[in-house]
Ligand binder design. Structure first.
Ligand code: SF4
Length: 342
């Protein structure tokens, strides 16, 4: 691996942002996390600046880990693993780089006079409440550092481990704006196990939404990505939206799946194996690009918008969005990809 020979003081000019002068401390495998290797590293920076004037309501992100054991087949962050000389397929799911000192580094960055307390987002690239968080407990330190510095922040997750931190988040919300969003796009548990094999079940995530609401927070839900011909059925979406309304979701954002570079290869190889009849339709839908056709986007919007109205999400922050919102990545974004809202 590119960074395996590093010493703690060595600079690696080609390293990922935040890891330029970081070192691999050790690699760990434990029986509780069968099949997963955690590579513990010391990072030199915690805050990532988002470039450009996009539509995002934040300009900074924090990623406590790289790679994600939630293992979603469609995950757009997969190509970032290739930069570490790991592959974007199973290595992304099982070789997890954990920035064990991230809370301490963050505290120093937030204490700088130049820090303007702009909103910070967690969960835009990899999930901060993936399984690694159960072992490393990085989020409590991050939450405290943000709140005590007066920095508003948002969290997007599929991880039910967030429940552990709800009391702390409620305290943080007394000091700064805290937004919590849950990602749930597949209502059928069998399909969810196929497509997002490392994630908590739909039922567990619906219970998480309820717990977030019971803790006094609004809870936005990302119905993203909607997966063409697999999760876009009228009955499937209706059942999902009904369940979200019942769980107490306060807003819903939906968007179709986009598939870029090695993520596309990983997803399509799974599709060919599990749903070969769909391969030709996907080739037509995605052509040679990363995004669905404008016709599909318009069709999906026509299906989602009435559901937003029917289940009371039709006002405020809820919306259906085209997948072709993010611009094609430039060289810097290939190292630390610009987050999408999903
Ligand atoms: S939870 Fe998010 S970051 Fe993790 S694999 Fe799924 S899409 Fe990627």
């Amino acid at each position: 691996m590119r960074w395996s020979g590093q010493t703690l003081d060595a600079a690696d000019e080609g390293a990922l942002p935040g890891l330029e002068r970081s070192g691999l401390v050790r690699s760990v495998q434990t029986p509780e996390f069968e099949g997963i290797t955690f590579h513990e590293v010391l990072c030199k920076s915690a805050l990532n600046k988002i470039s450009g004037d996009g539509p995002l309501p934040f300009s900074w992100t924090i990623n406590p880990a790289r790679g994600c054991s939630h293992a979603c087949r469609y995950c757009f962050a997969r190509p970032t693993h290739e930069y570490l000389d790991l592959d974007a397929g199973s290595d992304f799911d099982t070789q997890i780089i954990v920035k064990t000192n991230i809370a301490a580094v963050l505290r120093k960055e937030l204490a700088r006079k130049s820090w303007k307390h702009e909103p910070v987002a967690l969960g835009t690239n990899t999930d901060p409440y993936q399984r690694a968080e159960g072992r490393y407990r990085l989020m409590p330190g991050i939450i405290r550092a943000l709140a005590e510095s007066g920095t508003p922040f948002s969290i997007l997750t599929k991880g039910t481990l967030l429940r552990r931190d709800l009391p702390l988040l409620a305290l943080a919300a007394q000091q700064v704006d805290v937004h919590i969003n849950v990602s749930l796009a597949i209502h059928d548990a069998d399909l969810q196990k196929q497509i997002e094999p490392g994630t908590p079940s739909p039922r567990a995530r619906l219970d998480l939404i309820k717990a977030v609401r019971d803790a006094g927070f609004p809870c936005g839900v990302m119905v993203a990505p909607v997966i063409p011909f697999l999760t876009d059925g009228a009955r499937q979406l209706d059942a999902l939206f009904a369940a979200l309304a019942e769980a107490g979701a306060t807003s819903v954002t939906a968007m179709p799946m986009h598939l870029r570079s090695s993520t596309k290869d990983w997803f399509m190889s799974w599709l060919a194996e599990e749903h070969p009849a769909l391969v030709r339709r996907y080739r037509q839908l995605y052509g040679h690009g990363a995004y669905v056709t404008p016709e599909y986007t318009a069709w999906l919007r026509g299906r989602i918008d009435p559901l937003l109205d029917r289940y009371g999400f039709g006002t405020g922050e809820s919306r259906s969005m085209p997948a072709n919102v993010p611009a094609a990545p430039g060289p810097a974004e290939q190292r630390e990809p610009a987050p999408t809202l999903f």
